[in-house]
Design a protein around this ligand. Structure first.
Ligand code: AMP
Ligand code: ZN
Length: 114
């Protein structure tokens, strides 16, 4: 078994502020928010990074983005804009090896990202 903090959040073994969940996905508030809205959307299945995605995962990966868009609508940040981020690998800032989409919004974003 993989020791994974996000698997434990999905299984409710450790607490998080869960804002959405279904059979295949969970969304929860980032513990160290980088914007007024900072939510992580994950598949329940442990996928370390996009390189682990199988054909059978394609629907759930699509769901992650649908859920992000729905949360952005619910929080009225769709008009002002929001950012969806997937950090892959240590050099890109990935610290948790369970695929997750960051939803960031509620402030101005700059480009390029750091
Ligand atoms: P990344 O650096 O892209 O791998 O993103 C990992 C994110 O997980 C960071 O933004 C952390 O703040 C967040 N994080 C780590 N542990 C927890 C936790 N227990 N609950 C909520 N968010 C967490
Ligand atoms: Zn995991």
């Amino acid at each position: 078994m993989v020791e994974c903090i996000f698997c434990k959040i999905a299984d409710r073994e450790i607490p998080a502020e869960i804002v959405y969940e279904d059979e295949e996905t969970v969304a929860f508030v980032d513990a160290n928010p980088q914007a007024p809205t900072h939510i992580l959307i994950i598949p329940r299945r442990h996928l370390p990074n996009p390189g682990a995605i199988q054909d059978a995962d394609r629907a759930v990966i699509g769901r992650l983005f649908q859920i992000a868009a729905q949360i952005a609508r619910d929080r009225a940040i769709q008009e002002s804009g929001y950012r969806l981020v997937v950090n892959v690998g240590r050099g890109a800032g990935q610290t948790v090896e369970h695929l997750h989409v960051h939803l960031l919004g509620g402030r101005e974003m700059t480009w390029p990202p750091g």
